[in-house]
Design a protein around this ligand. Structure first.
Ligand code: NAD
Ligand SMILES: CCCCC[C@H](O)/C=C/C=C\C=C\C=C\[C@@H](O)[C@@H](O)CCCC(=O)O
Length: 258
């Protein structure tokens, strides 16, 4: 998929991985709706991007992915502004085991909500032009992080949901490819104040730090490069792309069909 004049929606786009995703999509010719709950960070980023890419290429929408009303309005405004949606990056996510219901509400339910709303705008069965959805999970969605059991559960859920939706899309003829990114540890704010984020599991902070040192930390640009691969390679549907310091790898899952 060439990105010139394609329209992308990125959630959690104001900082970290989402910001890097937004930038690589703009660099490759797309126009981007920047959705984030942090109005100040979103407006600051949009002002910076407008200077580099032109105001006609970006649209900031203050949006909490926990809110059906807000995300519905954001998608509608995106369609009104750019004429449609071709790419969705369900990226917004948090880590704080003390508020585990919020992790579920944002990391898993927010991805489901965004995907289902995108179907209404993107599916060829409902007048859309098809496209691609990339969900941001984590390596924790492939193997458990003992210090973050609910975060692990949400990311495992995103992997499973993505693979099921990709199969459903292929069989149904939605014309939408759906893939999942599983980064290892990435240098962003989500990695700060780790002990506080672990809640009742803060006693496992040292174990987690040892894992961080073992697996290593990558940059947001490494994740953005993998996003671009999943967006532009039209052979990719139902794929889980894992990336960490040693490199990237498409995950092979058990097959029960043989
Ligand atoms: N940093 C890592 O090590 C790492 C590794 C693998 C996966 N991830 C995942 O990558 C995604 C992005 O994380 P990050 O590391 O860039 O974190 P970050 O904290 O740097 O950025 C997260 C962004 O999402 C926004 N956000 C938070 N809650 C929101 C909500 N309810 N609605 C809309 N926007 C919201 C924040 O305002 C922020 O701009 C998350 O899903 C995270 O779980 C992160
Ligand atoms: C406190 C920071 C949390 C960051 C969350 C973010 O999503 C990053 C996750 C990165 C990596 C997760 C790796 C999970 C690995 C598990 O499979 C673990 O059980 C592997 C143990 C490997 C070993 O000990 O050899």
């Amino acid at each position: 998929m060439a990105l010139n004049d394609k329209t992308a929606v990125v959630t959690g786009a104001a900082m970290g991985i989402g910001k890097a995703m937004t930038e690589i999509l703009l660099q490759n010719g797309a126009q981007v709706a920047i959705l984030d709950v942090d109005k100040t960070a979103g407006e600051r980023l949009t002002e910076e991007l407008n200077k580099r890419y032109g105001a006609e290429k970006t649209l900031f929408l203050n949006c909490n992915v926990e809110s059906e009303e807000q995300i519905k309005a954001a998608f509608q405004k995106t369609v009104e502004t750019f004429g449609g949606i071709d790419i969705l990056c369900n990226n917004a996510g948090i880590l704080n085991e003390s508020t585990w219901e919020k992790i579920v509400s944002i990391n898993l339910m927010g991805v489901i909500r965004g995907t289902y709303l995108a179907l209404e705008h993107m599916s060829k069965l409902s007048g859309g032009r098809g496209g691609v959805i990339v969900n941001t999970a984590s390596m924790a969605g492939l193997g458990p992080l003992p210090s973050c059991p609910v975060y692990t559960a949400t990311k495992s859920g995103v992997v499973g949901f993505t693979r099921a939706m990709a199969a459903a899309s292929a069989v149904s003829g939605y014309g939408i490819r759906i893939n999942v990114l599983c980064p290892g540890f990435v240098q962003t704010d989500l990695m700060s104040n780790m002990s506080a984020r672990l809640g009742q599991f803060s006693h496992l902070a040292d174990v987690t730090q040892q894992l961080i040192e073992k697996i290593g930390i990558i940059n947001v640009s490494d994740v953005a490069d993998c996003l671009l691969e999943l967006v532009t390679d039209e052979t990719k549907n139902g794929e889980a792309l894992m990336l960490f310091r040693k490199g990237k790898q498409y995950v092979t899952f058990p097959s029960f069909s043989e």
